[in-house]
Write a protein that binds this ligand. Structure first.
Ligand SMILES: *Cc1c(COP(=O)(O)O)cnc(C)c1O
Length: 341
C-alpha cells in the first residue's frame, strides 16, 4: 500500500482529514450494522441533545507501525470497556465492545496509507465517540445516537527529546465529588478550558488538580494521570473516584512490577507528600509519559530532584520499556498488541 506524501516527523497534533470514517446509528433501541463512509461532516438538528446538553463521550488511542512493519493498536479492548462505562454514566446505549474493536480495525485498515512508518515517531490517532443526535429540549437523554470513529495522523509528541514541564496547582476543579471525573466525557474538558488557558497565560504547561472534596490530595491534570517515584524507587500513583482510569497508567504499573521489578502503590497521595518524591510524570496515550520538573503551588516551588533537563532514571526506564513493548522491540504481555495488518 502506497503511503500518503506526508512529512511525518514534522506533523503537529492537529486534525488532518483522512479518507474513511466509521459510522453506526442507534434508533428504535438498536444499533445499525455500521459502515465506513467518505463524508467527514455530520448533519443534525439544531436541537440535538449533544449540542444542548453535552451528551457525548469519547475515547482516544493510536495505531502505529512496529519494528517488523505491522500496523497495530494498543489494548483497544480497554478503550471499548471504558466507553461502555462512560456511556452508562451519561444514560447512553452501550456500543458492543467486540464491535468497537472491529470498527477500530476497519477504520485503521481503510486509512492504512496514513499510518506513519516505524521510526518516524508519528502515529495515527484514533478518536471513537458517541453522542445524542435527536432533538431534545426538556432535559432527558436522547433516543437516537451516533457512534463514530475518525483517524488523524499526529506527529511525534516529543520533538528533540522529552523536556520536563512545569505545572501549577490549579484553583479550579476539573470534576465534582461523585461527579463525572472518572468517565471520558467532553463535559470534563469543557470544564478545564478556562483553567488551562489561565495556566498557559501564566507560563505553565499544565494544571495539577487536587481532589474536589478536600483539596488536599493529588488527582490528575486535564488529560493525563500522575505517576510519582519515591526516593527508594517505589512507583506511586494516586487513587480516587474522580480520576479518569488511564490505560497508559494501568499498563505502566504492570510494566513497573512485572518488567522492572519495582514496588508499585496505588493509593491516596497527599499534596504535602509531593515535595518528597524523586520523580514525577504525566501519563496518557499522547505522550506515554511526560516528565514533570517543577510543580508550583501559589508561588511556592517544588523542584523535583530529576531536574528540568531530562526525564528521571525510573521514568525513563518505564517510558522505554512501554514504548519498546508497543513498538514490538520487547515482548508484550498477552493481549496487549492488537494486529491490524
Ligand atoms: C484520556 C485521559 C487520560 C489518559 O488516558 P489514556 O487511556 O492513558 O490515554 C487521563 N486523564 C484524562 C482526564 C483523560 O481524559
Amino acid at each position: 500500500m502506497e503511503k500518503k506524501n506526508i512529512d511525518w516527523s514534522n506533523l503537529g497534533f492537529g486534525y488532518v482529514q483522512t479518507d474513511k470514517r466509521y459510522v453506526s446509528n442507534y434508533s428504535n433501541g438498536a444499533w445499525d450494522e455500521g459502515a465506513l463512509i467518505d463524508d467527514p461532516n455530520i448533519t443534525m438538528s439544531e436541537c440535538a441533545c449533544v449540542l444542548q446538553y453535552a451528551q457525548t463521550v469519547f475515547e482516544g488511542l493510536k495505531a502505529y507501525t512496529t519494528e517488523s512493519g505491522k500496523i497495530v493498536t494498543f489494548r483497544p479492548d480497554l478503550n471499548a470497556a471504558r466507553l461502555t462505562a462512560s456511556a452508562k454514566r451519561l444514560e447512553m446505549p452501550v456500543f458492543p465492545e467486540d464491535r468497537f474493536v472491529d470498527a477500530v480495525k476497519q477504520v485503521v485498515k481503510a486509512n492504512a496509507a496514513y499510518v506513519p512508518p516505524y521510526g518516524s515517531g508519528a502515529t495515527l490517532y484514533i478518536r471513537p465517540y458517541m453522542f445524542g443526535i435527536n432533538p431534545v429540549i426538556g432535559v432527558k437523554p436522547a433516543n437516537d445516537y451516533q457512534f463514530r470513529i475518525f483517524t488523524t495522523p499526529v506527529g511525534p509528541y516529543f520533538k528533540g527529546g522529552a523536556k520536563p514541564i512545569t505545572i501549577k496547582v490549579s484553583d479550579f476543579d476539573r470534576a465534582a465529588p461523585h461527579g463525572t471525573g472518572n468517565i471520558k466525557a467532553g463535559l470534563n474538558y469543557a470544564m478545564s478550558l478556562h483553567a488551562i488557558v489561565t495556566a498557559h497565560a501564566e507560563g505553565f504547561d499544565e494544571n495539577m488538580y487536587l481532589d474536589p472534596g478536600t483539596r488536599t490530595k493529588v488527582e490528575e491534570t486535564g488529560g493525563a494521570n500522575f505517576l510519582f517515584v519515591t526516593k527508594d524507587n517505589k512507583v506511586v500513583t494516586p487513587k480516587s473516584d474522580s480520576i479518569l482510569p488511564s490505560i497508559t497508567r494501568r499498563s505502566l504499573l504492570i510494566v513497573a512490577k512485572e518488567y522492572l521489578g519495582l514496588e508499585v502503590e496505588e493509593r491516596e497521595v497527599y499534596f504535602d507528600e509531593v515535595k518528597d518524591f524523586a520523580e514525577a510524570g504525566l501519563c496518557g496515550t499522547a505522550a506515554v509519559i511526560s516528565p514533570v520538573g517543577k510543580i508550583v503551588d501559589h508561588g511556592k516551588e517544588i523542584c523535583l530532584p530529576s531536574g528540568m533537563d531530562d526525564m528521571g532514571p525510573v521514568t525513563r526506564k518505564l517510558y522505554e520499556t512501554l514504548t519498546g513493548i508497543q513498538m514490538g522491540r520487547i515482548e508484550a504481555p498477552k493481549g496487549w498488541i492488537c494486529e491490524i495488518e
